[in-house]
Design a protein. Structure first.
Length: 150
């Protein structure tokens, strides 16, 4: 008895080449591209501001670019600022523990600096604290990258 289905266990899932039927076209493609650009801008801001996490925006931009522009997705994977995070997520299914710790430390340090130096009202302090807690919960929930196989 033969199995008609092909054995796909050794075929690597290449996310940079989506099936043509799953790619966006027309207005969806344009909206996805604009959304990816906005996400990358927010990720760039989050790279410098401790209250805005960078990684989730990079991952969302990647997801959108896979659907609308695989060429731009490949360029994003090769970028100096966001490429390593994206490659770790796609290839190793998570982010590096050191990146997670660094992001948490920067957010906490930024919060402490903002509260000690900034002249914020109690309402702004509360909102800042809420935003930092949301960012911390996102970072803590991200999976840790699996070790590379030898």
């Amino acid at each position: 008895m033969t199995n008609d289905r092909a054995d796909t266990s050794d075929i690597k899932n290449d996310v940079s080449r989506p099936n043509q039927s799953t790619r966006f076209t027309g207005l969806k493609q344009a909206a996805a591209f604009v959304g990816a650009v906005v996400c990358l801008i927010l990720a760039g801001i989050g790279f410098f501001l401790p209250v805005l996490p960078c990684t989730p925006f990079v991952l969302l931009a990647s997801c959108l670019l896979i659907q609308c522009s695989p060429k731009m997705h490949r360029r994003l994977r090769g970028s100096r600022f966001f490429g390593r995070i994206l490659r770790d997520w796609e290839d190793r299914k998570g982010i590096r523990p050191a990146d997670k710790v660094r992001a948490i430390m920067i957010m906490v340090a930024g919060l402490i600096l903002t509260f000690s130096v900034g002249n914020l009202s109690n309402t702004l302090r509360f909102l800042t604290l809420i935003l930092v807690l949301i960012g911390l919960s996102v970072i803590i929930r991200l999976p840790v990258a699996k070790d590379e196989e030898p």
